[in-house]
Design a protein around this ligand. Structure first.
Ligand code: ATP
Ligand code: MG
Length: 411
């Protein structure tokens, strides 16, 4: 069956009180932007939903785009017809046949948004059921009014009536753009893109920050981050993901030249936090986020987090902190970052990783070891020399030049 319309229901927007209007407008704009490529389609903003009149456009292609928009609770697919009893019956017939196709029992539910319609709601449901029962092929329709598997809704409006059945759950969350921005520490791994997705789902405009240590990290490692950024860009209203690339080699070399091996990783991460906070501040971003996961590695024990986090007062959100690896993996597959994240190329953390990092580092010791070298100007240099690249959804950048994957060892 060819659908005529998609009814887009809002998500948590109703919780937002007086901000509701703003959120709905933002959501509507985002939906419109995401669907600009489809010609001939019509969008109508209603009090509690958006109505998309497809005019022949393929609904699956539209749903695929809408999956990138946060703030949508669900979609209902349906047929649109004139607001007459005869047209409603005719429109309901194929919808009902399809709804029952896999043995599901249905019922009709009518809502009259147009009070002048000459029949009452219950009467409409009954008459439509009677028509469908009489016109559908023998045995193709199963009714169960008390306990249906699926309710087919008939929404009567003055201009036209919508007959909708299949409810498809949508992305949920809040529309991006009204909740501020966050700078995401984006490695090439599995966790940080998922963390970024979850931040965007809460309505934040996310920008990525990646530390790289050329020539110890290769062009392939950068390529990975570009590709992850491209996947994340699809979720942003304008399809543009800003990436801040931090040249980390000089600072990292100094750390490993002056700090005992067991504290190298802790101090390196303290420096990463300092640089991240510096880049965030420079760009008026008030919130950091990352893919840290409790207990995953030495740097993510409570003692370690305490020693590392002490260098900044900036709030840091860790959306995947309490998730299991398979929960994270499932999201990574859903957002299409999994295959990129599992590519083998090393990033700056893995290249320099010490053999036995401290799992319970002391803050005092960190401060002491940091006195061994003049790190402040090096942090400043990292912040100032950060390169900005905007990655556009649907326009992946392929790096050429030196794409060798040989890692030079520093240790
Ligand atoms: P991920 O955690 O994304 O799978 P990972 O396991 O390689 O990557 P960890 O060592 O667990 O990284 O680091 C924890 C977090 O620190 C990452 O999720 C990321 O937010 C941040 N991080 C690590 N390396 C980098 C990097 N090179 N650039 C930016 N952020 C990084
Ligand atoms: Mg990790």
């Amino acid at each position: 069956m060819k659908y005529d319309a998609i009814l887009v229901r809002f998500g948590e927007l109703f919780l937002k009180g007086k901000n509701r209007r703003q959120f709905i407008d933002r959501l509507f704009q985002t939906v419109r932007t995401k669907l600009t490529g489809f010609k001939g389609m019509e969008l109508q903003l209603k009090y509690d939903h958006i109505l998309i009149l497809l005019h022949g456009v393929d609904e699956q292609a539209v749903l695929k785009q809408l999956d990138f928009v946060f703030g949508i609770h669900s979609y209902a697919l349906g047929k649109i017809c004139e607001s007459t009893m005869e047209s409603i019956c005719e429109a309901a017939l194929p919808v009902a046949i399809e709804a029952c196709a896999d043995g599901k029992a249905i019922k009709f539910e009518t809502r009259r948004g147009w009070k002048e319609f000459p029949h009452g709601s219950i009467q409409v449901s009954q008459q439509v059921a009677e028509y469908v029962g009489g016109h559908a092929p023998e045995g193709s329709i199963l009714f169960n009014v008390a306990k249906p598997d699926l309710a087919i809704r008939i929404l009567i409006k003055p201009k036209n009536t919508l007959v909708v059945s299949r409810e498809v759950p949508a992305s949920g969350g809040l529309p991006i753009g009204l909740n501020g921005r966050s700078l995401l520490m984006l490695s090439g791994g599995l966790d940080s893109p998922v963390a970024g997705y979850l931040m965007m789902k809460r309505g934040l405009q996310v920008e990525g920050l990646h530390f790289e240590s050329p020539p110890y990290t290769t062009a392939k490692a950068r390529q990975k981050v570009y590709d992850l950024a491209e996947k994340m860009a699809h979720f942003l209203p304008r399809g543009k993901f800003r990436l801040h690339l931090v040249p980390f080699t000089k600072l990292q070399k100094e750390i490993f030249a002056h700090v005992p091996d067991s504290y190298g990783m802790t101090i390196m991460r303290r420096m990463m936090y300092r640089v991240s906070a510096g880049v965030a501040e420079r760009n008026s971003i008030r919130l950091l986020s990352n893919g840290e996961n409790l207990g995953q590695v030495a740097s993510q024990t409570p003692d370690s987090m305490w020693a590392i986090n002490a260098v900044t007062e900036m709030p840091i959100i860790r959306p995947v902190a309490c998730m299991d690896k398979d929960e994270i993996t499932n999201i990574a597959k859903k957002i299409d970052t999994f295959e990129i994240s599992i590519r083998p190329h090393e990033d700056c953390c893995t290249v320099f990783v010490p053999k036995s990092p401290a799992t319970a580092p002391k803050k005092g010791k960190c401060e002491l070891f940091e006195k061994a070298f003049d790190w402040e100007p090096l942090v400043q240099e990292c912040v100032e020399n950060t390169e900005i690249i905007d990655i556009i959804a649907g326009e992946p950048i392929a790096l050429d030049g030196d794409t060798t994957d040989e890692i030079c060892s520093l240790l």
